[in-house]
Design a protein around this ligand. Structure first.
Ligand code: GDP
Length: 478
């Protein structure tokens, strides 16, 4: 039979109020007579460091929301979602502002544009959604949390500067996420602009323009003088047409939280991007572990909306708590169901934090390989000089242990940064530091995200360690 909060309290020789308090801390509102499930019981016993014996068969997780595939005839075109990335000062923010301003139509001119994490523009009667936090941090943070929001990346490279470290980082982030790249060669108004040099430099990263036999779209622009922006937007639509981005608008919403905060007047506010289905005012929903019911929705043009379909960014109120950026938001018809799921999620989240993480580390690599879960070991290399990074990359890529290969997803020069950790976490990669160390913030994040960092000074040792790990021969003292 089921167990109530009161029963559990008795069993543990604790006060029921204490158990109720603990449950509240875990995100579960319960009364003394409420029945609690096994997961919850386990969480409480773990809080008290008490082992309980499992007498019930382990069921499948009933709180996972199983997505049914959409029927093909329900799928409709949706606007592409674009992120702008590139090196600092190459003009990302200027470009975002220029696109936004160039596209304010008559009727909206009076409206107050709102920062809601993304905005939409209309070109040739077609919409494009831009995420308006430039840079790869936001992009990768989303991905680390398991949500894919970007369809297309605009890589901004300043024509008077060239390919820089963050340009390369952006390329690697986009590639790791399998997102097509359009290159915007910016600042071509400058007298020393040399767009051909940029094209030349980017061929090294497999971004080859069409006129040179490749398939990467390059557009020369000046974000500051608003030159060629129309062309850039048309190229986005062209890619979208080829890729055929579609979603079913005719179901409960699926969205991703872009940003969230506590507003003094409005309470918890989330800026979200609807990706599938339609979110309506009054809809109950779960965002991460938070429950909510849409009280109001505001567009990027400051308009109140009644509903929002796929690829629409909106700001919503009506949450009970502040969710996290990257959280999935799921709409429900039934409020009780939504509440139940958010409660269970809160418990599951806590539990998964307690449980061992599923991140790959060198120590358990062999286990993953043996169980056939892994075909590639993803690695990020940070080194003190480019030469070492390249040498290491070359050697590691030659390793082949029973068909399992090393895939280098990013190399860079300098200390291991938080951005490296987030990329590793998003891609389930390990990080090798060669004559470099992690920055303090990176160290903390690595611990939280359980990312395996290996520091070395001799190339041979790196190769040996990786080979040994792949063969399951790693010395457990590591
Ligand atoms: P971000 O760091 O990539 O967001 O770069 P910003 O958008 O802040 O731009 C950095 C600097 O470059 C600013 O001073 C801009 O005014 C300037 N800038 C951006 N685009 C252009 C351009 O097309 N031409 C010129 N001449 N300057 C530009």
């Amino acid at each position: 039979g089921e167990m109530t909060v009161g029963d559990l309290a008795k069993l543990l020789h604790k006060d029921a109020s204490e158990i109720i308090k603990k449950l509240m801390f875990l995100g579960v509102m319960a009364t003394i007579n409420q029945e609690i499930d096994l997961d919850t019981i386990q969480l409480i016993t773990q809080e008290y460091n008490i082992e309980i014996e499992l007498k019930l068969p382990v069921e499948e997780d009933p709180f996972e929301i199983v997505e049914k595939a959409d029927e093909a005839d329900k799928m409709q075109d949706r606007p592409p979602v674009v992120t702008i990335m590139g090196h600092v000062d190459h003009g990302k923010t200027t470009l975002l502002d220029a696109i936004r301003k160039s596209n304010v139509t008559e009727g909206e001119a009076g409206g107050i544009t709102q920062h809601i994490g993304a905005y939409q523009v209309e070109v040739n009667q077609k919409k494009i959604t831009f995420l308006d936090t430039p840079g790869h941090e936001a992009f990768t943070t989303m991905r680390a949390r398991g949500s894919k929001v970007t369809d297309i990346t605009i890589l901004v490279v300043a024509a008077d500067d060239g390919v820089m470290p963050q340009t390369i980082e952006a390329i690697n982030h986009a590639k790791a996420a399998n997102v097509p790249i359009i290159v915007a060669v910016n600042k071509i108004d400058k007298p020393d602009a040399n767009p051909d040099r940029i094209k030349q430099e980017l061929t090294e990263y497999e971004l080859v323009p069409e006129e040179w036999g490749g398939d990467t779209i390059f557009v020369n622009i000046s974000a500051k003088n608003r030159m060629n922006l129309e062309e850039l937007l048309e190229m986005i639509l062209l890619v979208a047409e080829v890729q055929e981005y579609k979603a079913n608008p005719d179901k409960e919403a699926r969205a991703t939280v872009l940003e969230a905060e506590l507003d003094k007047g409005k309470g918890p506010v989330a800026r979200i991007l609807v990706q599938e289905g339609t979110l309506r005012v009054g809809d109950p929903f779960v965002a991460g572990v938070c429950f909510g019911r849409v009280r109001a929705m505001v567009s990027d043009k400051g308009r109140r909306l009644k509903d929002a379909g796929p690829s629409t960014p909106v700001e919503i109120t009506g949450l009970t708590e502040v969710p996290q950026a990257g959280d999935r938001l799921i709409g429900f018809e039934d409020e009780r169901k939504a509440r139940e799921i958010s409660d269970k999620r809160a418990i599951n989240l806590r539990q998964s934090e307690l449980n061992a993480s599923s991140r790959v580390t060198l120590d358990d690599l062999y286990k993953h390989i043996k169980e056939g879960e892994m075909k590639d070991l993803y690695v990020i290399i940070k080194a003190d000089v480019q030469g070492s990074a390249e040498a290491l990359k070359g050697s590691l890529e030659k390793i082949d242990v029973e068909g399992v290969r090393v895939k280098i997803i990013h190399t860079g020069v300098g200390a291991i940064t938080e951005s490296d950790i987030i990329l590793a976490s998003a891609s389930n990669a390990i990080i090798i530091g060669f004559n470099v160390r992690p920055e303090p913030a990176a160290k903390t994040t690595a611990e939280q995200e359980k990312v395996d960092i290996r520091l070395h000074r001799i190339i041979y040792n790196v190769i040996e360690e990786i080979e040994q790990a792949m063969k399951g021969m790693l010395d457990p003292e590591f």
